[in-house]
Design a protein around this ligand. Sequence first.
Ligand SMILES: [Zn+2]
Length: 325
Amino acid sequence: MISQSQHVISRFAPSPTGRMHLGNIFTALVSWLVAKKYGGKWLLRIEDLDPQRSRIEYARQIEDDLHWLGLQWDEGGIEGSDAGAPYIQSLRSDFYNEALAALTEKGLTYPCYCTKADIAATNAPHASDGRIIYPGTCRDNPPANPSRPPAVRLRMPDLKVEYEDMVFGKFKTDMAAQWGDIVLRRADGAWAYQLAVVVDDAAMGVTHVVRGVDLLDSCAPQSLIADMLGVSVPQYIHLPLICNSDGIRLSKRDSSLAMDALRTCFTPRQVIGLLASVAGIMEKPGEISPNELIDVFDISRLPRKDKIIIDLCNRKNFGTAITGK
Ligand SMILES: [Zn+2]
């Protein structure tokens, strides 16, 4: 439980790669409620680490959609990104460089010159979900005359990491078997999500991380990197993924439950009311504002489910549109 005296800071950290959908808004609403319920602050951080897919226009659209929903951030966003403390990840390389240098200083990193093809050609082990685990080629036998700029990898210790999610409970992960020597900075200079998130959450004082359950596994490397950097590990609150009527997780390409469709068909109070019922705050979808939910919001009522199916093909089924899985 969170005590009223705890200084709560939560954040919403969207990638500006398209219009938000109902799943993104659910995360935004719950992270906002976690902050407001306990008199804390809600930050907006733009996670544009993928230069090919990220666009500033999408970030502006996200801000406009949050305004429409009635979710106002206390810090961050595009305007909050002054040169000293930007909330846009592409402007935060100095922070990531500093963290990488600290890990390197402790002997926890090494350069890796392998291409994807090099790794595929080895007998690399696989994690339980099928992902290839880096076989440690450059850790064990660094090339004498490398001909390309390297990626930087974390020298993963052979240990098990334990973490606890406030909704899904306790987990234990074998880091060598499930993650191995993960990339911290790619050969093209792009920063890995796992490093950037830890550095940003620590620098911004984030106490509560609210996000989709697809990122639950990331708690293991993130809490390990936080320990390595000597910063505190935040509390984690993971949420079910919102799926369309076919049971498929919403994506930025899926238009049926995207913000433009929602803004055309519904009022902000209806969208918030729908998500309040998903969050276990209201018995069934109604019409309500975020502010009216603050008192009744209760983390212990968040659904411990991987998926919630929402079928909003027409306005008539608005009140009966939700199925849990
Ligand atoms: Zn390598």
